[in-house]
Write a protein that binds this ligand. Sequence first.
Ligand SMILES: NC(=O)c1ccc[n+]([C@@H]2O[C@H](COP(=O)([O-])OP(=O)(O)OC[C@H]3O[C@@H](n4cnc5c(N)ncnc54)[C@H](O)[C@@H]3O)[C@@H](O)[C@H]2O)c1
Length: 246
Amino acid sequence: MFDFGGKTLLLTGANGGITRAIARLFHVLGANLVLSDLNEAGLKGFGAELDPAGTRVATLKGDATKSADSDAAVKLAQERFGGIDFLVTGAGLYRDQVIATMTDEQWRQTIGANLDGVFYICRAASPALRDGGAVVNIASMAGHRGSHQHAHYAAAKGAVLSFTRSLALELAPRVRVNAVSPGLIDTPMVVPLLKVRGPQLIDQTPLKRLGTPEEVARVIAFLCSDWASFVTGETVHINGGLYIAS
Ligand SMILES: NC(=O)c1ccc[n+]([C@@H]2O[C@H](COP(=O)([O-])OP(=O)(O)OC[C@H]3O[C@@H](n4cnc5c(N)ncnc54)[C@H](O)[C@@H]3O)[C@@H](O)[C@H]2O)c1
């Protein structure tokens, strides 16, 4: 297993299904954690559960759509742990809405949470990332294929993929930057979709099941580790084969 002792992870949207699994895994691997999320109360409870003494875990309210909140998260990481080794951008918003009746506000809100937020935190964290560090942006299969009723989400995630490659060029050779594109992962985010098309989507998936949050977390840990030391500007798909099969 990887040893992240003495390393620090900054994770956004940290109170989610996938992101909590990332926090748990990095904590087990020895990392210090700075966790931010819009849901301050939920995140506080999770942080206390993870590390009751608060020695290796710090939490703060962070709205991904506000650049000042990203700056505050980086400041906290520097004050508490002296810098950042790993940045994982997990904040995400997935709302059903067809294009024909999508309001300006709905478009902006989804682009704000899923794309502006990635830019804000990457910009703020870049100077604080220590040499040998790694960034992993959480994109989505929707960013490659598009998604019915999620044009705003898919557009944002597609942009995250090209943003990731641009950032990889700018931060090399000091810091590696990659993305992951999960498919259907068993979290509250996809419950509405599963209600409508669950059995059909699982049947279309060659591995015949949903992914677990832990399966996404492990790929992210790999990308942050020295085992991925020559991997940058790449996207790893995590979808049980759904992408190639349907
Ligand atoms: N679950 C899936 O199947 C799936 C598939 C592909 C991609 N993803 C991506 O994985 C990431 C984690 O998703 P998850 O499944 O854990 O979802 P989730 O809905 O459980 O968690 C998302 C988290 O983001 C937070 N958030 C929402 N808007 C925010 C904002 N403006 N500022 C800060 N935080 C905000 C929420 O409070 C929540 O804690 C997201 O980026 C999501 O788009 C998930």
